[in-house]
Design a protein around this ligand. Structure first.
Ligand SMILES: Cc1cc2nc3c(=O)[nH]c(=O)nc-3n(C[C@H](O)[C@H](O)[C@H](O)COP(=O)(O)OP(=O)(O)OC[C@H]3O[C@@H](n4cnc5c(N)ncnc54)[C@H](O)[C@@H]3O)c2cc1C
Length: 398
């Protein structure tokens, strides 16, 4: 992309008016997106905003039914705001004030990282259904045709560009890379929503040996809960596997009363075996590209899977808008994204280890975190600059 050229939108808050650059190479292109998740819908919106004719095919008969909470960090928010969604994000999200690592056994806060120190757009919590709904509304407003109950095959789509955004079990990834053989990480995750007693806009990470729970509030007095436990056996990968809430409570039976109280309220939960996948070696060929979990499934310990999918989507549209040749654009996209997603994935993997420490290592780590929070609270957030400070609209991003 030529220096100084920014791929930005100055649309109104609802994202209805559309004054994105319409003179770029995307103008008039036919783009087919398979998968109406966060990545697919963001891509559809970014292409539509730059003048492409976009169709989305989603196999589910309704959008956004699966999932619970999702944290959208400043890096992802920057892309969504550049697509004109700031007002909608403010209206549907909860603006987070802090991340608070907790000792799950004693219930004491280990430290607190004040998110007000971050530059850029707010760090927000969403119900996934709300985020999907606002993206789908913006897509429709921008002229995207969204087909529901439409299981599609990217190899059969007839378009100038076909985007595989089918998530973790992407058939397009398999077409480009052969069969992916993920390995079980030795961790399972429960995901659920309960009524919130404490609606302070804080993400709490309740850490215990070989386990942790992340809680944060959503709109309308709800609390999102993700609990992770190390296990030898494994559950299948996917959110449709219901589990007995008693199993979740049993896994955290020795933790502090406030955490047990939260888990006591769980009426329904799903369990997912967490698997590691390699970042796909090949992200594009001819007029076909993959993004988001289809290209690089990410463990949830840094809350970045959806944020990276949003970044991918914006950068893909941006690269295509800047190039007449789709093949050159897709190569630029792939080159721009791979090292960043690899770094985020490695950071997420490291977090899993840090949350689950036991014995002396746990004590030392907690003292270290506490000290950091007291004597240099901005150091932790500065260490995250590479992640949260990333700007999809900047020249450096491509
Ligand atoms: C416990 C947990 C917590 C998480 N929390 C966060 C968080 O806080 N922040 C964050 O950034 N990320 C988080 N993530 C990760 C995030 O949910 C995913 O990375 C993100 O949803 C990936 O988006 P995607 O659009 O690539 O794929 P998906 O969301 O999986 O969407 C793929 C879509 O494609 C559809 N599809 C599949 N095949 C076809 C087909 N053949 N035809 C038509 N449609 C098809 C599917 O139905 C689906 O709607 C979390 C993940 C987990 C497991």
């Amino acid at each position: 992309m030529s220096a100084g050229k920014k791929f930005t939108a100055t649309t109104d808050v609802a994202g209805e008016s559309d004054i994105l650059q319409r003179g770029g190479s995307n103008r008039g292109r036919r783009v087919c997106v398979v998968g109406g998740g966060i990545g697919g819908l963001t891509a559809a919106l970014a292409f539509a905003r730059s003048g492409a004719q976009v169709e989305v095919f989603e196999q589910a008969t309704a959008l956004g039914r699966i999932g619970a909470g999702i944290q959208i960090t400043p890096n992802g928010a920057r892309a969504l705001e550049a697509l004109g969604l700031r007002g909608a994000l403010d209206a549907r999200g909860v603006q987070a004030t802090a991340v608070q690592p907790m000792d799950a056994l004693t219930g004491r806060a280990v430290t607190r990282f004040d998110l007000g120190r971050l530059d850029g757009p707010p760090y927000r919590f969403f119900h996934r259904a709300d985020l999907i709904d606002l993206l789908a509304g913006a897509c429709r407003g921008a002229g995207v045709q969204v087909h529901l109950g439409a299981k599609a095959d990217t190899s059969r789509c007839d378009a100038d560009l076909v985007v595989g955004a089918e998530g973790i079990h992407s058939p397009t990834r398999a077409v480009l890379n052969g069969t992916d053989v993920p390995f079980f990480t030795g961790q399972v995750a429960w995901r659920t929503i309960v009524p919130a007693n404490d609606v302070a806009p804080v993400a709490k990470i309740w850490m215990a040996p070989r386990r942790h729970v992340v809680t944060y509030p959503l709109r309308e007095g709800l609390l999102n809960v993700v609990a992770v436990e190390e296990r030898d056996g494994w559950a299948a990968e996917g959110w449709t596997h219901a589990d007995d809430p008693a199993n979740l409570r049993a896994a955290f039976a020795d933790t502090c009363a406030p955490l047990r109280h939260i888990l006591k309220q769980v009426e329904q939960t799903n369990l997912w075996g967490l698997f590691r996948h390699e970042v796909a070696a090949v992200w594009s060929r001819d007029q076909l590209a993959i993004l988001g979990d289809a290209a690089h499934p990410t463990l949830p310990f840094l809350a970045q899977g959806a944020n990276l999918a949003i970044e991918d989507a914006f950068i893909l549209a941006r690269c295509c808008d800047a190039q007449r040749s789709i093949e050159v654009a897709l190569k630029t996209y792939e080159d721009a994204r791979k090292s960043r997603v690899q770094r985020a994935i490695e950071a997420a993997n490291a977090n899993a280890r840090n949350y689950h420490l036991s014995g002396p290592a746990r004590r030392v780590a907690h003292i270290g975190l506490k000290t950091l929070g007291v004597i240099a609270p901005s150091v932790f957030l500065r260490r995250m600059d590479w992640l949260y400070g990333y700007d999809v609209t900047s020249d450096d991003a491509v």
